[in-house]
Design a protein around this ligand. Structure first.
Ligand code: IVH
Length: 677
């Protein structure tokens, strides 16, 4: 067994096994072993290779990260030029593109296209010889790129050796290297923490990472890759469609984007575009549009190229999520806990589909890090519904008169001292509930959906109520009368009555909601729930010491001290008493419902539309009974409550054999445990 050839055999077997696991994990998205098992095999291979360095090959799964930095990147001539794409920006231009394709092909028939997300990263070319990765190159100018083989090898989802068999002797594939959003955020968070340079967007981060001369640096960056095309091929045959070729690439272990679809005719292309645009922000990576490609290779050849772009493909661009504009001023806003946030006032700019004239600058550390000055030209980033932010200063455009930003010494709203503790990023107004800005924010939070859920009490209304002196504390809300509210601007008798009714309804609440609504620092929705479940009653929480609080799951010393500090303030206790006197109430639970509740230890998932109660109510009730409510279905789910139009979660539950109950049975279940709906 110790003979050299049997060791070689063992090593090859381990490699084959690891490659198969990689294939299942990255390409099929269906791993067959836990990570720990993979790690064990990997270490076993490393050990054998350490003992027999003469048996190490470049395509071994252990050989991803080289240990020698390059002096510079060598040039690579592309055998087949790497083209770019023409763009269309709306449906009209898309229809015109499709019409041109059909005119050129002299056909009235609808054309079949492949639709792919247009990843916002970097185009690369990767060459395999006899299934072994031998070269990676950037696009460069399309003719000549840079040899980034060392760096491309560090991307774990890219196989060093192709899977299966039947691949051409030479196979050059093309695709996009990108950085997933989560990895980007995490990398930037760490860099900011250490005071290092942060990247403006995942694309720049991916580009910077591929341009590292030291592959050990690249290996630390969360890069990923999808393959979307083929370059030079020799000694082997492919299929006669682009889609067919993508399936082949997938069989050979290369990752293709799972959102790739076939679609026939311009209408279907527009439909795909609209669907992806709606889902853009939910994707794990940034995309800046859609690419449509004529599916039949024969037709592609007939269509050919104009200058440097194919006639058989086009990019349908999404609205940009980044634009440049000028910083007109910086103002300071006061949050619920007194946190002072610098806010950029901007020359209005159209970005991410809306006109933006304000953007957050987060805090003074961030202002200092970017060295942002009034008068600067800045890059604004707006993705989805998130608050637009100033991502970067364009230093080259800084005017001579640009003014540095200074933290004010006094609260712009109440004039109290602003305090910025040493080592903390956040400056705060020391005015507490004396500060109208903090009062307004506290009331908005109190009324919000996940707190007391006072329907119709929006931000504007809260501001008016405070400005008019009608309310100064959350407890004053319950003293409002219909006449008072009706007398306000843009308020009729009817909407006033609705608000008072909503306030009345909100009085019947739950302890977790009430705790969350109080706005204790560091006590979010989850912590409020934990506290309620562990201690059962408000009384118990109020009387708990810091040590006792920390006995509850996930409560650390900081949170515990905030809770104790909150209940030490007599004005907070006054407000709680006033709220209870006004009729705010909830059912007190036995402590640790999570351990002793009728559904403790069970995990539920809610899906579809419920008709007799809201999702939030359903969640509250389940939690009252000690159940955990999860967002997605897995084999650990005990039951799925499926309302109308339930979709993928229901399907997943069915495929996993998880119990499914409809709304009526769910309500019966609640009734059986003493909850009346
Ligand atoms: S195909 C001949 N497909 O977009 C076709 N490109 O503007 C050439 N890109 O340089 C490209 N996702 O970096 C293609 N699914 C996709 C793509 C894609 C992103 C990028 C690529 C290319 C640029 C063209």
């Amino acid at each position: 067994m110790s003979s050299h050839s049997s060791i070689a055999h063992q090593i090859e077997q381990l490699r084959a096994e690891l490659r198969e696991h990689n294939y299942r994990y990255y390409v099929l998205d269906n791993p067959s072993v836990p990570d720990a098992e993979y790690d064990r095999l990997f270490r076993q291979l490393q050990q054998l290779e350490r003992e027999h360095p003469e048996l190490i090959t470049a395509d071994s799964p252990t050989q991803r990260v080289g240990d020698r930095p390059l002096d510079e990147f060598a040039e690579v001539q592309h055998r087949v030029p790497m083209l770019s794409l023409d763009n269309v920006f709306n449906e009209e231009e898309l229809i015109a593109f499709d019409r041109r394709v059909r005119e050129r092909l002299e056909t009235e028939d609808e054309i079949e296209y492949v639709c792919e997300p247009k990843l916002d990263g970097l185009a690369v070319s990767v060459r395999y010889e006899h299934g072994v990765l031998v070269q990676g190159a950037t696009r460069g100018d399309g003719q000549t790129g840079e040899d980034i083989t060392q760096n491309i090898r560090t991307i774990h989802s890219l196989p060093l050796k192709l899977h299966g068999s039947g691949y051409p002797a030479t196979l050059e594939v093309r695709g996009e290297v990108f950085m997933p959003k989560a990895g980007f955020d995490e990398m930037n968070r760490r860099a900011a923490e250490k005071g290092e340079k942060v990247f403006v967007n995942p694309r720049n981060a991916a580009a910077g990472s591929l341009r590292q001369l030291d592959p050990r640096m690249t290996a630390q960056r969360p890069l990923d890759m999808y393959v979307y095309g083929i370059g030079h091929v020799e000694g082997g045959a492919l299929t006669d469609t682009h889609f067919g070729n993508l399936q082949l690439l997938k069989q050979w272990g290369l990752r293709i984007n799972p959102e790739t679809r076939l679609a026939v005719g311009a209408k279907a292309l527009q439909q795909y575009h609209d669907d992806m645009l709606a889902r853009r922000n939910a994707l794990a990576y940034e995309i800046d549009g859609i690419v449509y490609k004529v599916n039949a290779i024969k037709l592609q050849k007939e269509l050919g190229f104009v200058s440097r772009a194919p006639r058989w493909a086009t990019a349908h661009k999404f609205p940009a999520q980044e634009e440049m504009t000028r910083l007109l001023d910086v103002e300071f806003q006061v949050g619920r806990t007194g946190a002072i946030t610098p806010v950029a006032r901007l020359e209005p700019v159209f970005v991410g589909g809306v006109t933006v004239s304000n953007a957050t600058l987060h805090n003074m550390d961030e202002v200092a890090r970017m060295d942002v000055r009034v008068g600067d030209t800045v890059i604004i980033h707006r993705a989805g519904d998130v608050i637009p932010k100033v991502a970067k200063v364009v230093l080259e455009k800084r005017p001579a008169h640009a003014q540095p930003v200074q933290l004010p010494t006094h609260c712009p709203v109440c004039g109290s001292d602003i305090i910025k503790p040493e080592g903390e990023a956040v400056a705060r107004c020391s005015g507490g509930l004396y500060c109208p800005a903090q009062v307004k924010e506290a009331i908005k939070h109190f009324a919000s959906r996940k707190a007391m859920d006072v329907e119709g009490l929006g931000d504007k209304l809260v501001e008016q109520l405070v400005d008019l002196g009608l309310i100064a504390h959350v407890s004053d809300l319950y003293k409002l009368t219909v006449d008072q509210v009706a007398a306000m601007e843009r308020m009729g008798q009817k909407s006033a009555q609705n608000l008072i009714d909503a306030l009345e309804k909100s009085k019947h609440t739950t302890l977790p909601r009430f705790l969350f609504a109080l706005g204790i620092r560091e006590v979010g929705e989850a912590t409020a729930l934990t506290l309620a479940q562990h201690f059962g009653t408000l009384e118990n929480i109020r009387n708990a010491s810091e040590e006792q609080l920390q006995e509850a799951p996930d409560i650390g010393p900081v949170v515990a001290s905030r809770i104790v500090a909150f209940f030490q303030q007599s004005h907070n206790l006054d407000i709680i008493r006033a709220l209870q006197a006004a009729g705010v109430h909830w059912t007190e639970q036995e402590p640790t419902a999570r351990e002793t509740g009728a559904l403790s230890g069970k995990t539920y998932v809610l899906t579809g539309t419920l008709t007799k109660l809201t999702r939030d109510e359903a969640k509250d009730y389940l939690q009252q009974l000690g159940a955990k409510v999860a967002g997605s279905v897995s084999k650990n789910t005990d039951a799925v409550v499926a309302g109308e139009k339930a979709g993928s979660k229901l399907a997943k539950a069915e495929s996993l054999g998880v119990a499914i109950i409809d709304e009526d049975s769910f309500i019966q279940l609640l009734n059986a445990h003493g909850i009346e709906v």
